[in-house]
Design a protein around this ligand. Structure first.
Ligand SMILES: *Cc1c(COP(=O)(O)O)cnc(C)c1O
Length: 333
């Protein structure tokens, strides 16, 4: 890809079968892709996006990065780590009030040297442009990364991840029929959707919607389409895509699996807690209470209801989030 990229993680991430967990579902084979092991200060799916976003920031001569999210944002923690690793200053706009004792991702973001601004009700970085203006006036060169790192540049990380997965499958002589993953700000979904259209990744995408709330006045589906269409333009401008290849995207679905988000964003349901403990105790793999528990529960529910055809190979794409388990918002015991 001709777009700028700065290496931040360790790739390819492992792909392996969930042999013990899978015993409960004899008509399927269940696999996992470990983007919880991307390596950037406890890993996660934002690392792939940040390789392109920080590549772009550095190419533009930025000295500061601004982004925003919830107080337990994995995206913000990985951005803080990526900035530390590339010598950029990092400002984070986080929801809520300053706690007496920082926990989980917030603790790590502070350890990684980020400057934190607390936004109360605003948990999607609503005031980032204002902060950028302010920093510019004071002589800095800020680069604003949108909520979740989800734009055309960030999505390139998951276009590349599609190719990475296809290569791993080819080498292992495997084929996946379904890919379940958590979708929230839509950048990962947009990248994988582009990967299906451009590289011919054949698995059906099963994006589990985590957050019902709109973002920037648009539904998640609208955001996914917008990000993917902008991604197509970026690739065409870079001479990486023919008009015929771009056309293939038009038929791609961008729908999400709904109905698993009823507990509300960042609220762990009983089923989600059981999903975390279940996978921990059958495979020694830790999910997170905001994203991956919800997506993993949704996949398990589909397998129980036999929604994928018998004999299917099903992949769970683990997107990280470990530190949120250490927030006292979540009561496991
Ligand atoms: C951000 C995040 C997601 C969702 O990815 P988007 O690209 O924002 O849709 C899923 N899982 C975890 C752990 C995340 O931090």
């Amino acid at each position: 890809m001709k777009t700028n990229k700065t290496p931040l993680g360790f790739f390819p991430t492992p792909l392996h079968e969930l042999k013990h967990f899978g015993r409960a579902f004899p008509s399927y084979r269940v696999f996992i892709k470990r983007d919880d092991h991307t390596g950037l200060a406890s890993g996660g799916n934002k690392t792939r996006k940040l390789e392109y976003l920080l590549g772009d920031a550095l190419a533009q001569g930025a000295d500061t990065v601004i982004t925003g999210g919830a107080q337990q944002s994995n995206h913000c923690r990985q951005t803080a780590a990526a900035c530390a690793a590339t010598g950029l200053k990092c400002h984070l706009l986080l929801g809520g009030e300053e706690p007496l004792r920082p926990e989980g991702n917030l603790l790590l973001s502070k350890m990684l040297g980020a400057t934190i601004h607390y936004g109360g009700e605003k948990r999607k970085g609503e005031d980032m442009d204002m902060l950028a203006e302010d920093l510019r006036r004071r002589g800095h060169r800020p680069y604003v990364i949108p909520y979740g790192g989800s734009n055309a540049v960030g999505a390139m990380g998951y276009l590349e991840a599609s190719a990475e997965l296809m290569k791993q499958l080819r080498e292992a002589g495997l084929k996946m029929d379904y890919i379940y993953f958590a979708t929230s700000s839509g950048g990962m979904q947009a990248g994988l959707t582009l990967g299906r259209a451009i590289y011919g990744l054949s698995a059906r995408l099963m994006p589990v919607q985590i957050d019902k709330a709109e973002s920037g006045g648009m539904s998640l589906e609208q955001n996914v389409r917008r990000i993917a269409e902008e991604g197509l333009q970026v690739l065409q401008q870079a001479g990486q895509l023919s008009p015929e290849e771009a056309l293939r995207f038009q038929g791609e679905a961008t729908g999400t699996l709904k109905g698993y988000d009823e507990a509300g964003y960042a609220r762990m349901s009983q089923e989600e807690k059981q999903a975390i403990l279940g996978l921990a105790r059958t495979e020694g793999i830790l999910l997170d209470p905001v994203y991956t528990a919800r997506a993993f529960y949704a996949m398990t529910d589909h397998l129980n209801r036999k929604i994928p055809e018998a004999g299917s190979h099903v992949l769970f794409w683990h997107t990280g989030g470990l530190p949120a388990n250490f927030s006292s918002n979540y009561n496991f015991f």
